[in-house]
Design a protein around this ligand. Sequence first.
Ligand code: NAP
Length: 204
Amino acid sequence: MPKVVIFGGTFNPIHNGHLHLVRRFAQTIGADRVVLIPTKIPPHKSAPHLASAEDRLQMCRLAVQKDGFEVSPVEIERGGLSYTSDTLLTLKREHPDAELFFITGEDMFLTLEEWHEPETIYSLATVCAAPRSKRGCTALNEYAEKVGRMGAKTMICNINYLPISSTMVRNAARKHEDLSGFVPPPVANYIYQHHLYSEEQHGF
Ligand code: NAP
């Protein structure tokens, strides 16, 4: 059974913390394919200073060009709120023989029961998460046990956390600071060439 690792995110923008997480999970799982899926409209949060879907998609492509990972526009093309259950249904229809893994960070994993149609997610994919800290690891394992009783398949991996966030990248871009510690060079170039997260664009 081919193993397909899916990493969904707002990716506003994608950064080295995201890349570290997906690379380590892909390695641990022994992925045959890795697919990044930027959301069209995140269903669970208001996203301030959201770059266009096309820009976020393009930055994902640039970020993983050396990894051989794929970037799917499935949520962007579907439009509307980007429910993970809908995305997994599409992927399962396209690849009925594949075993699907969906990666999240700590915060998102701990809200899994509140996602749209969680039972569909439980039935289609193993939901994978990594903690920010030792305490986070305990919380994730306890929550995994809880949703496991409802039918979820989960995988908690103690991947070391790189303290980078999209907010940090946007703030640094707004101040025209060096982004090389946060994002791969092609993504940094894209942000500056397209004036993303600038005062002019967002009226900070
Ligand atoms: P995001 O902010 O771009 O982040 C993507 C994931 O990367 C998050 O799970 C986040 O962890 C993790 N992450 C961020 N920085 C990290 C770092 N430095 N090290 C390790 N992990 C890091 O995306 P998002 O807005 O949270 O969305 C996540 C996905 O969940 C999307 O595909 C969204 O559609 C899906 N989702 C769906 C529903 C639904 O269907 N109703 C509800 C909620 C989420 P944290 O989780 O800890 O922030």
